[in-house]
Design a binder for this molecule. Structure first.
Ligand SMILES: [Fe+2]
Ligand SMILES: [Fe+2]
Length: 268
């Protein structure tokens, strides 16, 4: 059983590399389940649309997770109520439309739980991610409620993501961070069998500042005349992790991290 998780797709470059490559990647690497974080997939890099979700599902994506940009496109509030394969962070204040957790059927018919959480440090206010995670772990169990569990923890600080990885160790197949758009070099299987990487990176143009026009971002930091952030239009890289899972335990055997195409030609 192989799970592919792709980091935040950013703008038109991020979408196009996915639409061009995902179906062949799924076939070549024998992937059974695909999750992508889509919170920046709109042309503006803010939120995503129903049309974009359809395109992702048509090219092999099973579930789309999000984060702080989930509501940036107004239509998402109503679309998410009809589309259970689109998740928003579970710890948003209630009542919020949609859901932060679901159980889905993989291409090989196994049951995969996907949980989307958002961090509390330097992020929009939401319920305590660790308390919500603790309640979740009391309610749902690996192999009882699903065969595998993927946790997308969308947050700013490495320490918060690192702690969540250990918190779920032995209870989730994969805990992976999103939001910072820069892939971290720490993919590993933790002590009790959970695959972990602090940030999956972005599917976007790396000749940028986290997907946005670099000169404009530098001007902003210099407090000089600048425009609202806008995505770059260069060639994107695909970035994420592939987890080889143990069907007996639901835990990870191996995690492989990759970032390739566009500016970043390396794979590690
Ligand atoms: Fe993002
Ligand atoms: Fe984000």
């Amino acid at each position: 059983m192989k799970i592919l998780f792709l980091g935040d797709a950013v703008g038109i470059p991020g979408r196009s590399i996915i639409l061009r490559n995902l179906l062949s990647e799924i076939q070549n690497k024998k992937i059974d389940f695909v999750v992508i974080n889509g919170e920046n997939a709109a042309d503006s890099g803010l939120g995503l649309t129903e049309e974009i979700c359809k395109d992702f599902f048509n090219c092999g994506v099973d579930v789309i997770t999000t984060g702080n940009h989930v509501w940036d496109q107004k239509e998402t509030m109503s679309h998410i109520e009809k589309e259970n394969r689109l998740l928003r962070p579970k710890n948003l204040f209630e009542p919020s439309p949609g859901s932060g957790f679901g159980v889905f059927i993989a291409k090989n018919n196994m049951k995969v739980g996907v949980l989307n959480l958002m961090g509390n440090v330097f992020m929009k206010k939401s319920e305590d991610a660790f308390e919500v995670a603790e309640k979740f772990m009391q309610k749902y169990k690996l192999k009882d409620d699903y065969d595998f569990l993927i946790v997308d923890f969308h947050c700013e600080t490495t320490s918060e993501k690192n702690a969540m990885g250990h918190f779920f160790d032995g209870k989730a197949t994969l805990v992976v961070g999103t939001h910072t758009h820069i892939p971290t070099n720490d993919a590993r299987v933790l002590k009790n069998g959970t695959a972990y990487q602090t940030d999956a990176g972005m599917c976007g143009d790396y000749d940028s500042v986290i997907g946005m026009n670099k000169n404009n971002s530098i001007s902003k930091f210099l407090k000089r005349k600048s425009l609202k952030h806008f995505p770059t239009t260069g060639e994107a890289s695909l970035s994420g992790v592939i987890v080889d899972c143990d069907i007996e335990t639901g835990l990870a055997k191996k995690i492989e991290s990759f970032t390739y195409g566009g500016e970043l030609k390396n794979s590690h």
